[in-house]
Design a protein around this ligand. Structure first.
Ligand code: FAD
Length: 443
């Protein structure tokens, strides 16, 4: 019987294990140094805020693994010998394999700041980070968060939920402007401030200052300002965890390099999830995409390739979602900060400053390129189909109601959005729109 070893029990490794079991009777061992059982990292903030207990974030009951003949080993691998098809753990335990799947996830970025390893400084990725944040934010007055991305804003919400003052250092002109167009970023920056976060834009960390006991006392910005605090969250992005690459013979760049079948440079070793870097990413996709659903898709693809159904990784159009305090955000296709010269840019914002839609479409072919939506839920499956087929902007605007996924009692803004669109682009003829049958979701 073939043996598969998987390093990492996150969404990518666990999905691979489940699908290998579905398609084969191979022996499967999943190794993780973080937690004994798979848990949902995306729910980390809800544990801290008291909305969920850790137990509730485990997608499977503890008995699931035994019942499905998947062995779990709680320990750290510290060496991969690809020549001997063996992994060796820090406690000396060895596992041999026919196939190895690397699903080692991400690590928080640290840029060599003075004081980055003091007590009370933490990233926010692992369960251990959650424990650290919990231990160092008990009844404190102020936390400083360094780095304005999706994890930073979650940490800000977590600390505010306990009435801790938050100073949020963001290098860019507005929150997340390296990703969001200016209007979107300005709206979210204003919303962050509404939640009483001291948002410092165009402000960078210089160093973290200690007290006499090696605890955080303050941060110093590059402008020389000293901000007293008792906790510092480092949330300036993540990078693939490739610690195990050394002496393994597996080719790496920023991540473990993988082809379209998610195979690394060693043919019986695969890389999935946050730790993988695609050599040739599909159009519109990045080589490294540290996202839950990409990890899940990759795990399934690797499992199929290992169990004998060769299949390439084809994730389809880009999609992502997040929450900025009270504003839900979804993005479909490509809406980069700067609008490409050959595209039109259309932005609608509701007077509340909590809802917006940002649309990009081609100037020549009028095909939809991407949509950001804030505070309005949209249907992922429809975008997936429409972006794949290259829907034209007229058809998209006509079908705005179809894509709206808000509950029945929510206000529908399709009419207003179309009206503004017609004012801005009078040369593009769109229909006045239809009324949505909210009960059946039909028109
Ligand atoms: C706070 C937070 C919120 C997020 N929210 C979202 C969201 O809303 N939507 C979204 O799409 N994505 C979100 N993400 C990203 C998403 O959670 C990750 O992309 C995804 O969990 C990565 O899964 P993975 O299986 O690749 O790796 P991970 O889940 O990181 O698992 C890797 C595992 O490998 C273990 N490991 C590593 N090295 C070794 C070793 N040598 N020996 C043993 N074990 C090892 C690690 O300890 C870890 O348990 C969020 C991430 C964070 C941190």
């Amino acid at each position: 019987m073939k043996k598969v070893v998987i390093i990492g029990n996150g969404i990518a490794g666990i999905t691979a294990a489940r699908h290998i079991r579905k398609h084969s009777d191979y022996a499967i061992t999943v190794i993780s140094a973080e937690t004994e059982f798979f848990w949902s990292r995306t729910a980390l903030m809800y544990i801290y805020m008291g909305h969920m207990k850790f137990e509730h974030t485990k997608p499977y009951e503890d008995h699931f693994w035994k019942e499905n003949n998947i062995d779990l080993f709680f320990g750290r691998v510290n060496n991969i010998s690809s020549g001997q098809n063996m992994v060796i753990c820090t406690d000396g335990t060895k596992f041999t394999f026919d196939y190895l799947i690397l699903a080692t996830g991400s690590k928080p970025n640290k840029f060599g700041w003075e004081g980055q390893d003091l007590n009370g400084v933490s990233g926010m990725v692992s369960y251990q980070d959650l424990e650290m944040i919990e231990a160092h934010t008990h009844q404190i007055e102020r936390g400083v968060i360094v780095g304005g991305g999706l994890i930073g804003i979650e940490l800000a919400e977590m600390l505010r939920s306990r009435n801790i003052d938050v100073t949020f250092l963001v290098r860019e002109k507005d929150f997340w402007t390296n990703v969001l167009p200016s209007e979107d970023a300005a709206m979210i920056s204003a919303h962050i401030r509404e939640h009483h976060v001291d948002l410092r834009l165009e402000t960078e960390l210089d160093k973290i200052l200690p007290d006499d006991n090696g605890n955080v006392r303050a941060v110093q910005t590059i402008d020389g300002e000293i901000i007293p605090c008792q906790f510092v969250g480092l949330t300036a992005g993540v990078h693939p965890n490739i610690d195990l690459a050394a002496d393994s013979g597996i080719e790496t760049d920023r991540g473990f390099l993988a082809d379209e079948y998610l195979r690394t440079s060693v043919p019986n070793i695969f890389a999935v999830g946050d730790c993988a870097q695609l050599r040739n990413p599909p159009p519109g996709r990045q080589p490294i995409e540290p996202l839950w659903y990409t990890g899940r898709m990759m795990g399934e693809v690797a499992a199929k390739n290992i169990t004998g159904t060769p299949v390439a990784y084809t994730p389809g159009p880009w999609f992502n979602s997040a929450k900025f305090f009270d504003i839900e955000y979804q993005t479909y296709g490509q809406v980069p900060h700067d609008c490409p010269d050959n595209q039109h840019d259309f932005y609608w914002q509701h007077q509340s400053g909590r809802k917006a839609v940002h649309i990009r479409f081609g100037k020549e072919d009028l095909t939809l390129k991407g949509v950001n939506s804030f505070g309005i839920r949209m249907r992922h499956e429809l975008f997936d189909t429409w972006l794949r087929k290259g829907i034209q902007i007229q058809e998209f605007m006509d079908k705005l109601e179809d894509v709206n996924f808000d509950p029945e009692f929510f206000e529908d803004h399709s009419g207003e959005i179309r009206e503004l669109f017609s004012q801005k682009f009078p040369q593009i003829r769109i229909k006045a729109g239809r009324k949505r049958n909210k009960i059946l979701g039909l028109f």
